[in-house]
Design a protein around this ligand. Structure first.
Ligand code: 2IT
Length: 445
């Protein structure tokens, strides 16, 4: 496989799509050795076929705000790869959303979903709609309008969207309601549904819990665990919330969260009450963390800064792509941080990853660390198909097993000669094998 040739062709076809090109470059560089040792993949054009999405739908989303003003947003669904199961992946509502970001996310999702061992293909979608400051009614009307178009290409055996940034239980509810009204079927077409209408226990916690379970396996390779460890988190949404809950349960001290307005340093560490408060912050629809320092006056707010300069043992970026750069990585290493787990998708820049790997710090990429969210989405699909619900313990146990298995797959494919575990290589090769072999079996389609 000639990575340079594939990348220059990809640049020509996808000009200026920096996030998408970044995600593909990372994968191709880390699987090149494996692919070159297994010529059947190149012969069948697997790489060229994997980097091209199956199809992309973009559509107009018109809606009316509370004052009667008309707005037009753009909606998207990128159906990337269907080799191992129906398209599956979240919807992101954020003003930064564009095709490059959704293609990077859909591409990553294909590998992540493969790692879960569940039968799910890769997709991503969303809109440049900004939920910040919107009323409940505005969000409902937007979601309804969005679903009027999206319904044409989704279905329980075709494509099963879920949440991502800006899309939580409330938005899934509004979209599900409209889908059901249009199609007249009550089916498992979205995941992250409410518990009374087809949702799964543990789905809200799953991304955070899964990441902490994966991190526990990473720490185990160094003979240690979370007890007494100081942990920095970025973000304050669903992912950071789930991670904080599990980290505190396992004896870690969580000292930071962050938002677009800056970060909070809470030297006392978070407890159940403070973690609960994250839900209030999120429900306020303001996208800020500053009020935390008013609610808990021992905590300090640092406007406009990210939390990576805070001394810690473990860091979990939980916010957005490229939120941790080369300088941040250097600071973390200097401060003695031993592990970075990406809970956000592509949270670290390529330069940051290089710094972490050069310093032999434990580092694992989003497609492995944050796979717990989509894994429990897969379990929600299974429960919907069976028309049955598993208990909290059953789902949590399955999630734990899946995360341990992903870790094992990374160790198998990513351990280098000196014993250092290259989780990027491990996750990419392990994720690739299942999808690539399915594509080989299914012919050139
Ligand atoms: O990035 C992700 O894996 C998600 N946003 C969850 C996707 C899903 O289908 O649950």
């Amino acid at each position: 496989m000639n990575v340079e040739k594939i990348m220059s062709e990809l640049q020509r076809k996808n000009p200026g799509e920096s996030e998408f090109l970044q995600a593909v470059t990372e994968v191709l560089e880390s699987i090149a050795e494996f692919v070159n040792a297994n010529p059947q993949y190149d012969k069948a054009g697997i790489i060229e076929r994997m980097v091209e999405p199956d199809r992309i739908l973009t559509f107009k989303v018109s809606w009316v705000d509370d004052s009667g003003k008309v707005h037009v947003n753009r909606g998207y669904r990128v159906q990337f790869n269907q080799a191992i199961g129906p398209y599956k992946g979240g919807l992101r509502f954020h003003p930064s959303v564009n095709l490059s970001i959704l293609k990077f996310l859909g591409f990553e999702q294909t590998f992540k979903n493969s790692l879960t061992t569940l039968p799910m293909g890769g997709a991503k979608g969303g809109s440049d709609f900004d939920p910040k400051g919107k009323s409940n009614g505005e969000i409902m009307r937007f979601c309804q309008s969005f679903m009027l178009e999206l319904r044409n290409i989704i279905g329980p055996e075709m494509d099963v969207p879920a949440g991502d940034i800006g899309v939580g239980g409330r938005e899934i509810g509004f979209m599900y309601g409209m889908y059901k009204k249009l199609v007249r079927e009550h089916v498992g077409v979205l995941t992250g549904k409410g518990l009374n209408w087809g949702g799964s226990l543990i789905r809200p916690e799953a991304t955070g819990f899964g990441g902490v379970y994966f991190g526990a396996e990473m720490l185990k390779t160094k003979g240690t665990d979370y007890k007494g460890k100081v942990v920095t988190l970025s973000g304050f949404g669903n992912v950071a919330w789930g991670a904080a809950l599990k980290l505190v349960e396992l004896g870690a001290k969580v000292v930071t969260i962050s938002g677009p307005d800056g970060y909070i340093y809470d030297a006392d560490g978070m407890d159940a009450k403070k973690i609960d408060y994250l839900l209030e912050l999120r429900d306020s629809n303001q996208d800020i963390v500053a009020p935390y320092a008013k609610e808990f006056p021992n905590a300090k707010f640092f406007p406009g800064e990210r939390p990576w300069g805070v001394k810690c043992d473990v860091a979990f970026p939980c916010a957005i792509q490229n939120e941790l750069n080369e300088n941040d990585a250097k600071k973390l290493v200097e401060n003695g941080c031993i592990m970075i787990g990406e809970l956000s998708n592509m949270g670290c820049t390529p330069e940051a990853i290089e710094v972490l790997q050069k310093n032999k710090v434990l580092y694992a990429p989003g497609k492995a660390v944050n796979a717990g969210g989509v894994a429990v989405s897969g379990l929600e699909m299974s429960q919907n198909s069976m028309k049955y619900n598993w208990s909290r313990e059953e789902v949590d146990q399955k999630l734990h097993t899946i995360m341990c298995n992903i870790h094992e797959a990374c160790v198998k494919q990513g351990t280098e000669k000196d014993g250092y575990i290259n989780y990027v290589k491990g996750a990419n090769v392990a994720g690739f094998i299942k999808v690539a072999n399915a594509m080989l079996d299914q012919g050139i389609v």
